[in-house]
Design a binder for this molecule. Sequence first.
Ligand code: 5GP
Ligand code: MN
Length: 340
Amino acid sequence: MSKQLFFNKFQEFISQYKKVVIVSHVNPDGDAIGSSLALYFFLKKFGKDVKIIIPNDFPSFLAWMPGIENILVFDKNSEKGIEYLNSAELICYLDFNHPSRTGLLHNDLCHCNKTPRLLIDHHRDTDYSQFAMYLSEFETSSTAELVAELIQYHGFDNYLDENIATCLLVGIMTDTGSFAHSIYHPETFEICGKLISTKVDYQLIHSKIYNTFSENRLRLLGFSISNRMTTLDEYHTAYIYLTKADLESFNYQVGDTEGIVNYPLMIDGIKMAVLITERQGVIRFSFRSKGDFSVHELSRAHFNGGGHTNAAGGTLECSIEEAIQKLLDVLPQYKALLNK
Ligand code: 5GP
Ligand code: MN
């Protein structure tokens, strides 16, 4: 379904439903929360009864966002979440494209597979047959940018307000690393210009996201780089690993490792950065790359994950030592691509 067709049909499509549930992915980031809240405010303007469910809690640097108190965190209140899902007439997937990305919510989401689904997302490898309507564009900075385009199509004059502009800016800003990457076309800046013209304080929004670290979080960043980073010049790669004990020693809070993976890319000549983190029972991988080396392909092939060309995630069920070894074992296959 083309973007234009989605926009043309959207209003008529949603007119069939009153109860709408928006769902986003596990470990929700600024784009997951920002795009979900913006769509929430937009649908409210059409008189919809809207709920948002996320599988687990959002990081504290997003806690100030407008409307955040309306989000149901499934692992804290699954009974209510199941009630919302069961009474939904339409389920919207925002910033993910497969139920496997919804953690604890996965089974309950699959149970109500008779409920029509709408997708707004910018990840690859979507099975479109699951969706009654979809806006799926992987060469777009963020899901928030797609929601912004949808609202713009219906008229910013009628529908844009400061709450929506703030949520959309958070989504676009965080998924582009403050407009440093994932910019595919000039419209990203054009649309942000229009969002800022609502008189939101862009610099304050930026500051609330990036200048609100706890001391522990900043020290964890320093420790990660000084004590836990290894560079592999042969593969133009650097990796950082963090054990559960490392995280505990810095009193880890949700979101504290966010962004750490970007730092090794600051080294001249490094094309891929990997963060390997020991979580409850699983190892989480975060991959970032510069240029056309696809961490999406790497993660999909070896780490049960995926994402985008330059940013992807994955998981393995093994020890942290085995996880590091796995990375070291697969790198030789990619030597030529990493040396391009
Ligand atoms: P992060 O490293 O920040 O967790 O994720 C980077 C990007 O990859 C995000 O766009 C995220 O949605 C996507 N991603 C993270 N983990 C996974 C995963 O396990 N599977 C897939 N398909 N995408 C992922
Ligand atoms: Mn996103």
